[in-house]
Design a protein around this ligand. Structure first.
Ligand SMILES: [Ca+2]
Ligand SMILES: [Ca+2]
Ligand SMILES: [Ca+2]
Length: 226
């Protein structure tokens, strides 16, 4: 049911959301489907709007932004089933968990969108490449609610040069399946394990979690220049 509801809105209508700039064929280059050979789409659709492929992002390794669009099925209790608990405006130190939109801020599973997994391949935070960074996102809100979809937008302004400088990097984002069967996408781990024991954490290990979405990816460069 969720798949059918979602399929109506998961097409390419998002193309051109960047204002129609040439060479911004973002969807095709950024995303991979969870099961390319499957005839059924996953119920949740994740897009990475920023960074774009091959962007040279940031100042001195920080100040770059990850902007996600997450489209969940709608219907009764759509927000609850998405795992969304409340809007948040949060950050480090004095910004952490305060009104008007409190939310916790630390590496690991997000308190406001607890099904989300976000990895950065060059991360030195916590467990490194396998560290779920979803709870470092600063701004989480509801950007579309229709008969077909519940869209949540999630933004992270990177405040520390903890992901390398002047390096190629990759962002991976996905929503984990309802693993505990409570009807809510709230089962993201704090750390993604090396499921296939190949010594690295990548898309294969994210898929091994069991997913409710595609796996969105983008390769870009973290700019070290001041
Ligand atoms: Ca949070
Ligand atoms: Ca669950
Ligand atoms: Ca692996």
């Amino acid at each position: 049911m969720a798949t059918a509801l979602f399929a109506a809105v998961s097409g390419p209508q998002v193309a051109g959301a960047d204002g129609g700039q040439p060479g911004r064929d973002t969807d095709r280059h950024q995303e991979e489907t969870t099961s390319p050979t499957s005839s059924c789409s996953p119920p949740v659709h994740v897009r990475i709007l920023t960074p774009r492929p091959n962007d040279n992002a940031g100042v001195g390794g920080l100040g770059w932004i990850v902007n996600l669009s997450l489209r969940f099925p709608d219907g009764p209790n759509g927000l609850e089933r998405a795992g969304f608990t409340a809007p948040q405006l949060t950050g480090p130190a004095g910004h952490n968990n305060i009104p008007p939109f409190p939310g916790t801020f630390s590496p690991g599973q997000d308190d406001r969108l607890p099904g989300l997994v976000v990895l950065v391949s060059t991360s030195t935070v916590g467990a490194g490449a396998g560290q779920n960074l979803a709870n470092l996102f600063n701004l989480t809100g509801v950007t579309d609610r229709t008969q077909n979809v519940t869209e949540i937008t999630d933004d992270w302004l990177v405040g520390a040069a903890a992901f390398g400088t002047n390096v190629q990097s990759q962002v991976i984002a996905a929503v984990v399946e309802d693993l505990n069967g409570n009807g809510i996408f709230d089962d993201a781990p704090n750390v993604v394990p090396d499921a296939n024991n190949d010594g690295k954490i990548d898309v294969k290990d994210v898929r091994a979690l069991g997913l409710a979405s595609n796996v969105a990816t983008v390769k870009f460069r973290i700019n070290g220049n001041t």
